[in-house]
Design a protein around this ligand. Sequence first.
Ligand SMILES: Nc1nc2c(c(=O)[nH]1)N[C@H]1C(S)=C(S)[C@@H](COP(=O)(O)OP(=O)(O)OC[C@H]3O[C@@H](n4cnc5c(N)ncnc54)[C@H](O)[C@@H]3O)O[C@H]1N2
Ligand code: MOO
Length: 411
Amino acid sequence: MRTVEQHLAEVLDLVRPLEPIELDLLRAQGGVLAEPVVSQVSLPQVDNSAMDGYAVRVADVAAATEDDPVHLPVIADIAAGDTATHALRDGLCARIMTGAPLPAHAQAVVPVEWTDGGQARVAIRRPAPTGNAIRRSGEDIEAGTTVLRRGMRVGAAEIGVLAAVGRDTALVHPRPRVVVLGTGAELVDPPNPLRPGQIWDSNSYALTAAVTEAGCVGYRYGFVGDDPRSFMDTLEDVLLQADLVVTTGGVSMGAYDIVKEVLSQYGTVTFDRVAMQPGMPQGLGTISESKVPILTLPGNPVSAYVSFYLFVLPALRRMQGLSPEPPTTVRAHLASPVTSPQGRRSYLRAVLEYRGDTAQKSAYTVEAVSRQGSHQLSALAETNALVVVPEQITELPAGSLVETIALPGRE
Ligand SMILES: Nc1nc2c(c(=O)[nH]1)N[C@H]1C(S)=C(S)[C@@H](COP(=O)(O)OP(=O)(O)OC[C@H]3O[C@@H](n4cnc5c(N)ncnc54)[C@H](O)[C@@H]3O)O[C@H]1N2
Ligand code: MOO
């Protein structure tokens, strides 16, 4: 048996960051930047008004009061987008809109609410300090600065920044395309009726959804039965659209475990047992001449799900050009005792809760659920965390401080 770390190292060795490609902004969404983005321009490009009002010289409005307003002639009307050149002299003002370029020699903007809104002459009822309601050039971005770092995921804010600095494309690691394939003669697509002994395929749904949650593109290919020929044909079909293939089932000791049977011949896939519970039987390698990486996860639904978080997720991060960092762990106090098999690291499904008790070593408590079978998928859906029990430990009393993985996106 190999350790979790040994298996993870082999998984990570199998994959590389996907070749960066230049994509139109909206197609780049969800990708990971493969370049630092340096702005060629300052934003705002020129000093402009932050409010609808009047651009003034400060001294001209210094004496303005509610009872004794200052009256100034309005020499221009400047809208956002106005490209003409305007300039103020002492004793004059210009009507100006939000985002419009400031006329030369203007020192402040008086909001329209402090005036009578006049168009040829305006009565101003309050003074304004220098710089009032003015957005200075470069206040947001200075020309030549890096506005987005390599390795950032391109979301709405990043796409906004790219467009704001004049870009219509970005160089990104594209979202990996992951084909998810179940195996097993017992599987039936929901909602088709089941005969005794059959089950509805849930793994290919859950794992495709997990792929999407990881920011990648999941293709649920459904499942194949126990016929080696159709499994091989299906693999040939999916390879064209896959950066990674993930299968579930057929990797333990069963007489009809076709994944093992087919992949041992077709490709360079090796199978091993990992010292963990759940998720012991695992396989990895590449298939066909194109050497598409494949990870074969166990069929038990909880085992497949836990294997996804421990092995597939780090692989997907690396393929996206992100660091394949280990899952975030929190130290928490066990609410009840737990047991674990000798020699295997347990990942117990559990509910992690923030208690905020500062007198304790950790402000978190964690309670492992009672149904820990690898087939007990409904227990998984009740939980938000995995308690990690080291290989050599077989039992832990209530109150023990344990490492806990907070499962992403499961509040
Ligand atoms: N003699 C031994 N038997 C088993 C061992 C062992 O070491 N010696 N290991 C056990 C462990 S641990 C696991 S995990 C499972 C893994 O088995 P396989 O990966 O070969 O998976 P299957 O046998 O095909 O299925 C296991 C289980 O999961 C259900 N399943 C499979 N696919 C799906 C799906 N798409 N959706 C929902 N459920 C699925 C399947 O019906 C089985 O109940 O092997 C143990 N046995
Ligand atoms: O290792 Mo298996 O994954 O326990 O059910």
